[in-house]
Write a protein that binds this ligand. Structure first.
Ligand SMILES: [Zn+2]
Ligand SMILES: [Zn+2]
Length: 380
């Protein structure tokens, strides 16, 4: 009889302290932001710097510092999560001591390589700002923000953002290698004559066709599955879970998708609009968002569609490969209408086949000792 209150107390004790955790997040992010102001040529990416202004970055840093001090102090006054709250206030204090929002820098020198720490911080801040509240309000299943293996997925988020320039270099190198031949100018001129909205829609369709075909190959070819199994090893779905992708898979997929877009000659604006859409839709498709979208679920890939692709259910293991348009799966014969319910379990068919942790997961496709098996094919 005494078990119920004891476990209730344990659950209560284990509840994360959101104010303290948010303070730590804001404090550490502010500290990293200050480092970006001190070493912009090394820590900020040339490509992403063109998207925002210096004033915007300073205001964002101010918001981070104020939030870290306010939330950390609030949490300390409540006597909760003392250490994590102190981490937030302490790192924000250090950020102020290192210059805060008043740091001045000369014009940024051109360096051959730089990290995308600015891209990581700004992207993480806005993704968390949008998705953490809506996932709490409209969750498909109740789940803590700091659910199991959140550190692993944050590590993937960090790696793919901070290394953005290296990923772009690898993608550009592989695409330009193929683009140097087989160009057919009349086709590219015809595509460029289309209005921008038509180019965008066509680009999304073409990109998804190539992406979904490669995705199907990842599931069908055992040695490719070793890489893709990493993405499927997430047992908890949310906006961060989609970040778990092997770096080689990111480069291969981005190259395979950009190559036809560049070859067909879509305008830079159409390709950029597609890149923004893929960033948003990839995050949205994994989000723990229990909304029903009605007929729109037949037109666009939305959370329930992709969640069933991640289900530990052999009936869906080789279905729904598209990331933009279910139409692409319908054309490829891999469409399977998801049920109204949400999957019971997520993850790979054989959980032991994918190790835990970002570094071991990156090495696992190359190690023969652990057999990574593709999910069993459902007899049709
Ligand atoms: Zn897959
Ligand atoms: Zn996914």
């Amino acid at each position: 009889m005494s078990h119920a209150p004891a476990s209730a107390n344990a659950t209560k004790r284990r509840r994360p302290a959101y104010a303290g955790c948010s303070a730590a997040f804001m404090g550490l992010a502010s500290l990293l932001g200050v480092l970006c102001f001190h070493f912009p040529e090394l820590l900020t990416s040339r490509e992403f710097r063109q998207v925002y202004t210096e004033g915007f970055a300073r205001n964002l840093l101010l918001v981070g510092l104020v939030a870290a001090f306010a939330l950390g102090t609030f949490s300390l006054l409540r006597g909760r999560a003392r250490r994590i709250s102190l981490l937030g206030v302490g790192s924000a204090t250090l950020a102020v001591l290192l210059g805060g929002i008043t740091i001045q820098f000369e014009s940024i020198r051109q360096t051959p390589f730089s990290l995308g720490l600015d891209w990581f911080l700004i992207s993480l801040f806005f993704s968390a700002l949008v998705f953490v509240p809506i996932e709490r309000m409209l969750a498909a299943r109740p789940q803590d923000v700091l659910r199991p293996e959140w550190r692993t997925d944050l590590g993937y988020f960090f790696l793919s953002h901070i290394g953005v320039q290296f990923i772009l270099i690898a993608v550009t190198a592989s695409t330009s290698l193929f683009l140097s031949w087989a160009l057919y100018p009349p086709l590219q001129q015809a595509i460029q004559a289309l209005p921008l909205w038509a180019q965008f829609l066509l680009a999304v369709f073409v990109a998804d066709l190539f992406q979904a075909s490669l995705h199907r190959a990842y599931h069908a070819v055992p040695w490719l599955w070793r890489f893709h199994a990493v993405h499927h090893s997430s047992t908890h779905m949310d906006w961060l879970a989609g970040s778990r992708i092997h770096l080689l898979e990111i480069v291969a997929t981005r190259s395979a998708v950009l190559l036809p877009l560049l070859w067909l000659g879509f305008s830079t604006e159409a390709v950029n609009a597609y890149v923004i859409l893929v960033g948003l839709q990839a995050v949205l498709a994994h989000a723990n968002l229990g909304l029903r979208f009605g007929w729109l679920e037949y037109v666009l890939v939305l959370p329930r569609y992709h969640h069933w692709h991640h289900a530990r259910d052999p009936a869906y293991a080789h279905k729904n490969f598209a990331i933009h348009l279910p139409l692409v799966d319908m054309l490829m014969g891999s469409f399977k209408l998801p049920p109204r319910a949400w999957p019971g379990e997520y993850g790979v068919h054989d959980p032991e086949s994918v190790p835990r942790g970002i570094w071991r997961q990156h090495l696992s496709p190359f190690l023969g000792s652990r057999r990574t098996t593709a999910p069993p094919t459902q007899p049709s």
